[in-house]
Design a protein around this ligand. Structure first.
Ligand SMILES: [Zn+2]
Length: 239
């Protein structure tokens, strides 16, 4: 390794960086079973939430309807009392009679309206219970898959350990400014900071390089020559 030129070492740094990039990209490559289990638990959770919101609305309406019904029942009781108090008065009797009849009709209507609301409440409560049960049942399986995936990621990171150590070693023996600039170019170009010259062209952007640039690159010296088109460092590796 000692007979390598600084640029060759930098090129090796890039090989390591690219393989580390690949390992990092693989981390996000979640197994299908885990993806599916996460999606299913999310779906159950969202559906449960929606069901609970709908149920809340139904229960609010139900409460109001029950309150209104109680109030009509009170009005009926009150009218009956008044009717009794005025038992001797024929006109009052008939007035209260028709009032009671009206109220009774309303009471019946309200009782009829209550039945479907109660039915809906029962349905939604049952649905929410079922969803909660399904969600609970899916939890251990998902936890198991998540644990497996943590291990998969830990393995990938361990795989990168040798590359990271080799990189650190190489960088120690490289000019810090050159490495820093390489890192910046690599970041800006999202991948390669140094490109090979092949058949007179920059292998990264494929531009034909002027002869004087090719000659300078061939000297293999620092600071590195940059591609006039893409701005990457250039290196001529012996074939
Ligand atoms: Zn280029």
């Amino acid at each position: 390794m000692t007979d390598q030129t600084p640029l060759e070492r930098l090129h090796r740094v890039q090989e390591l960086d690219l393989s580390l990039d690949q390992l990092r990209a693989e981390e996000k490559n979640y197994p299908e079973a885990l993806r599916a289990a996460r999606a299913e638990q999310d779906r159950l959770n969202n559906e449960l939430e929606e069901t609970e919101i709908t149920l809340e609305g139904v229960e609010k309406r139900l409460k109001q309807a029950e309150f209104d019904l109680t109030s009509v029942r009170d009005q009926i009781a009150h009218a009956r009392d008044e009717q009794e108090k005025n038992a001797f008065d024929a006109r009052a009797q008939s007035q209260y009679g028709s009032r009671i009849q009206q109220l009774e009709e309303r009471r019946e209507e309200m009782e009829e309206d209550l039945a479907p609301l109660r039915e809906r409440q029962r349905e939604l409560t049952e649905k929410a219970g079922g969803l909660r049960e399904q969600y609970r049942a899916g939890r251990p399986g998902l936890a198991e898959l998540e644990t497996q995936d943590e291990q998969r990621i830990a393995d990938l990171r361990a795989q990168g350990e040798d590359s990271r150590n080799e990189r650190a070693e190489l960088v120690k023996n490289l000019d810090a400014r050159t490495v820093k600039e390489y890192d910046m170019i690599r970041k800006a170009k999202k991948g390669q900071g140094i490109a090979e010259v092949k058949a007179g062209r920059c292998a990264a952007c494929n531009v034909m390089l002027p002869v004087n640039i090719q000659q300078k690159v061939a000297q293999n010296k620092l600071p590195p020559v940059k591609c006039p088109s893409c701005g990457r460092f250039l290196i001529k590796l012996d074939a």
